[in-house]
Design a protein around this ligand. Sequence first.
Ligand code: FES
Length: 158
Amino acid sequence: MKNRRSFLKEVCPTVAFAFFGLSFLEACSSGDDDAAIANPNNGGGTGNTDSGYTVNGNTYTIDLTHSNFSQLANTGGWMNGKNIGIPALFLRISSTEIQAYTNVCPHQGYTEWSYNNNLFKCANSGPTHGREFSDNCNSDLTCYNPNLNGDTLTLTIS
Ligand code: FES
């Protein structure tokens, strides 16, 4: 019995496209790219720690000793995971706690933020924007419950 890839090699692209359409044609790309497809957020593969974290489904396992997370070393430090592919804001609450929040603004989905005086402020500068959300998990900014164990933070985004 033929496996999926050898089948695709034989029929791609003309026949497959005619029968199954564009999504099937996309599956005809060459190379061993299955890991990248499974893990689009970290550049491929659950074992990729170049950015200081791995991802498995919606769960991020973060190595806080990596320089990407140095802003979280001290209480009050915060960061937006957007630029390294994590859709979350992080705030160091205490030596034993890091809180995490969605980085998608509840208003219209903007993902750039600033943080001051216990408030996350949306960086969208339009006339109806710039809204602020408390860091106390009672605002419209969704809170997650990451688990901190030593230097490892585990975050599941729901
Ligand atoms: S998108 Fe954030 S306040 Fe409008």
